[in-house]
Design a binder for this molecule. Structure first.
Ligand code: PBG
Length: 336
């Protein structure tokens, strides 16, 4: 009879140094992407009410100063979202060569050159009065999204972003065929080196709520359930990913991240040879912030635990509003 266990997994948890030695997952700021909102109206940054610690920036020195700070903290990739001064039915402001994101891309390129990776979200919802990610036929009494006509607009937006200096364009509309159409358009214009990061498995999620306040992109009527995925489906993500890969996506994405760890794992296992991004979205961010502010949770540890969980599930790249704070924590030697 054995009085004491001889097999002791706890030996590997003896102290933080041993735990670090055997940790299965590592995080590096190299793999973090920080979303930044840029706005056309106003000259100073403003905090987004539903996303404490996140701001909308004007395209001026304030934005440049912020990116300098981000870089100093070790984060070298950003994804830009625009809030234009003008919206219409067809999203004209998204294509303009002097649009808000296009202007930001030019300013950032002039200041930082290649030393920061500039990703541009490619979508219509922030630029349309109806707030949908495609062209709408009909109105609040009955409507549909015209998939194929929308593709042309998306390809035009992508080209203007590439021309303005985007290293990566990131179509987030979930229109069928959008990746292929954009690849074709970019290649025809000589932008063979511009990468495409596809929001391939993007779910119709309530956790985008705070973002829609931030970007003023809440649909005026209806919802996104005819283009974004059903939260009940996991296997379907493999079909969406396969199509985007076939159409030329360089980087694939699962979004949201925290709520869809199983999907991240499933996609990584089935497409191990493609870089996989996961987007820790606004609502997932704000829940941690809110609980932290109330003193119900240790915000910093929660941030790190969730981010490690996303990496552990299989994400190579993590898009997160916490990017800068995570990089800081890592530098300060954060460990469990
Ligand atoms: C669409 C887009 C959305 C997000 C990123 N790109 C909103 C949506 O699909 O409604 C959400 C990001 C977040 O919640 O942090 N342009």
């Amino acid at each position: 009879m054995v009085e004491y266990p001889t097999l002791r997994p706890r030996r590997l948890r003896k102290n933080e140094h041993v735990r670090k030695l055997v940790a299965e997952t590592t995080l590096s700021p190299n793999h973090l992407v920080l979303p930044i909102f840029v706005k056309e109206i106003g000259n100073s940054k403003e905090e987004i009410e539903s996303m404490p610690g996140v701001y909308r920036y004007p395209v001026n020195e304030e934005l440049i100063k912020y990116i300098e700070e981000v870089k100093e903290n070790g984060v070298n990739s950003i994804i830009l979202f625009g809030i234009p001064s003008y919206k219409d039915e067809i999203g004209t402001s998204a294509i303009k060569r002097d649009g808000v994101v296009q202007s930001a891309l030019k300013m950032i390129s002039e200041t930082f050159g290649e030393s920061i990776i500039k990703i541009a979200d490619e979508c219509m919802d922030e630029y349309t009065t109806h707030g949908h990610c495609g062209l709408v036929i009909g109105n609040q009494n009955g409507y549909r999204i015209d998939n194929d006509e929308s593709l042309k607009v998306h390809a035009d937006i992508a080209l203007s972003l590439a021309e303005s200096g985007a290293d990566i364009v990131a179509p987030s509309s979930m229109m069928d065929g959008v990746v292929g159409k954009i690849r074709e358009k970019l290649d025809a214009a000589g932008f063979n080196d511009t990468l495409i990061m596809a929001y391939s498995a993007k779910y119709a999620s309530v956790f985008y709520g705070p973002f829609r306040e931030a970007a003023t992109s809440k649909p005026a009527f209806g919802d996104r359930r005819t283009y974004q995925m059903d939260p009940r489906n996991a296997k379907e993500s493999l079909k969406e990913i396969a199509l985007d890969v076939e159409e030329g996506a360089d980087i694939i994405m699962v979004k949201p991240a925290h709520t869809y760890l199983d999907v991240i794992r499933l996609v990584k296992e089935n497409f191990p040879h493609y870089p996989l991004a996961a987007y820790h979205v606004s609502g997932e961010y704000s829940m941690i912030r809110a609980a932290g502010q109330k003193g119900w949770i240790d915000e910093k540890v929660a941030m790190m635990e969730v981010t490690y969980a996303i990496a552990r599930a299989g994400a190579d790249i993590i898009i997160t509003y916490f990017a800068q704070e995570i990089a800081k924590s890592l530098r300060e030697g954060f460990t469990f």
